[in-house]
Design a protein around this ligand. Structure first.
Ligand SMILES: *Cc1c(COP(=O)(O)O)cnc(C)c1O
Length: 394
């Protein structure tokens, strides 16, 4: 049994704040400060010898394995580094390279734009006439034809929280001879995942994994492709012998070749501490509690705020770990909520998002969020010009 009061105590949560935005940026794990101070001391005392002595250079693989354990990936198949946009590019490039006779990348209109932008850039760079085909999320299964080289999907829609049946889609893609790049940005650390089914899986570590702003992303390559996948971003740390300083590139063994350049050592220290929180956490229990808290939130908001419309699937089986509502004045409503210490976020054009993260939120947080939201709606407290001023990050 996972003790969620115990996991909550492992986070710093500001006084008076109800935090429902862990789907976008997880809170600070209390142990992160000491871990970062330790790495700072290593840097201070060891200087460049820290790469060997303090094991900085092996952290990308070590942390990769820790994440792998949370997403159903075998040891030695996951590595951390760079940002998710970069990892999407890498995965897609390698996947396309493994299907040279096909030209279609299939994705959906619910995908996070950077994944699509990176695909567009890759297509331009390759100059081989690839086609990024976008269909509605409900139409993906029917659009998997034998033209498709790669099915590139984000499991959970960042706006609505709608969750794809990835096991089914991966099976369909494989049956059609296509490869799958599975983006776990809103899955890793939120519920159980079997990334072992995909050809490539990628994700970020600052959302449900709580690695902190700027924490590195991860990439998993199915062992079937480990020695065949050629990295498009052929950086020196993915070379078979980085310190031989050969003039030509030779890919390293397996997942090592998905490394690019110097890893973010300070960020990895925070991530390591954040992953400690998951030691002993039963992801099945986490999911059960996420569903219960989500149902409680939906019922509360629907009863108290008739002007808000549920944007997430009503069936918990089709949701990730966030709940979204629509309102034409969603931005102002969210600013009013934040001003009252209930933090969610807004996604254009009209979505209020609330992350449900049982590692550190419970019934009392859900109930407080519902109460404050209902007050703001009842009194039209949100209808203030100050709440309509758009910030750079929404
Ligand atoms: C959050 C998110 C990203 C962010 O990419 P970065 O390069 O880390 O900024 C990319 N893709 C998806 C699906 C996301 O949810």
């Amino acid at each position: 049994m996972t003790d969620f009061d115990a996991t909550r105590a492992l986070f710093h949560l500001p006084e008076g704040v109800t935090y429902l935005d862990g789907n976008s940026l997880g809170p600070l794990p209390r142990a992160a400060a000491a871990r970062m101070a330790q790495v700072q001391a290593e840097w201070g005392e060891m200087l460049i010898t820290g790469w060997n002595k303090a094991g900085w250079m092996v952290q990308p693989a070590r942390l990769g394995d820790r994440i792998g354990a949370l997403i159903g990936a075998a040891p030695g198949t996951t590595v951390v580094g760079d940002t998710l946009s970069i990892k999407v590019y890498q995965a897609l490039a390698s996947a396309l390279d493994l299907r040279p006779d096909r030209r279609v990348i299939l994705s959906d209109t619910g995908n996070f734009p950077t994944d699509l932008y990176m695909a567009e850039g890759l297509i331009r760079t390759l100059g081989q006439g690839h086609d990024l085909r976008l269909v509605a999320p409900e139409a993906v299964a029917g659009a998997i034809t034998d033209e498709v080289a790669v099915l590139m999907l984000t499991e959970v829609d960042y706006r609505t929280g709608r969750r794809h049946d990835m096991a089914d889609l991966v099976a369909r893609a494989h049956a059609a001879g296509a490869l799958v790049v599975w983006d776990l940005a809103h899955s890793a650390g939120a519920f159980e995942v079997d990334a072992g089914a995909a050809d490539f899986a990628v994700g970020c570590t600052y959302k449900y994994l709580n690695g902190g702003p700027g924490a590195p992303a991860f990439i998993t390559v199915n062992p079937v492709h480990a020695e065949a996948a050629l990295p498009a971003l052929s950086g020196w740390l993915g070379h078979a012998a980085p310190f031989a300083f050969d003039l030509g590139y030779r890919p390293g063994t397996g997942i090592q070749r998905m490394r690019v350049g110097t890893p973010p050592v300070l960020q990895m220290a925070a991530l390591d501490a954040a992953l400690d929180v998951f030691d002993g956490v039963d992801l099945g229990a986490l999911r059960t509690r996420s569903v219960a808290l989500s149902e409680r939130f939906i019922a509360g908001v629907e009863a108290a705020c008739p002007a808000l419309t549920l944007a997430s699937p009503r069936d918990a089986g089709q949701r990730g770990s966030q709940v979204s509502f629509r309102h034409p004045d969603g931005y102002a409503i969210m600013q009013a909520l934040i001003a009252r210490g209930v933090i969610g976020d807004f996604r254009a054009p009209d979505i209020l998002r609330f992350g449900i993260t049982p590692l550190y939120i419970g019934e009392a947080d859900i109930d407080r969020a519902v109460t404050v939201l209902a007050e703001i709606m009842d009194t039209a407290e949100w209808d203030d010009p100050a709440f309509r001023v758009r910030a750079a990050v929404t």
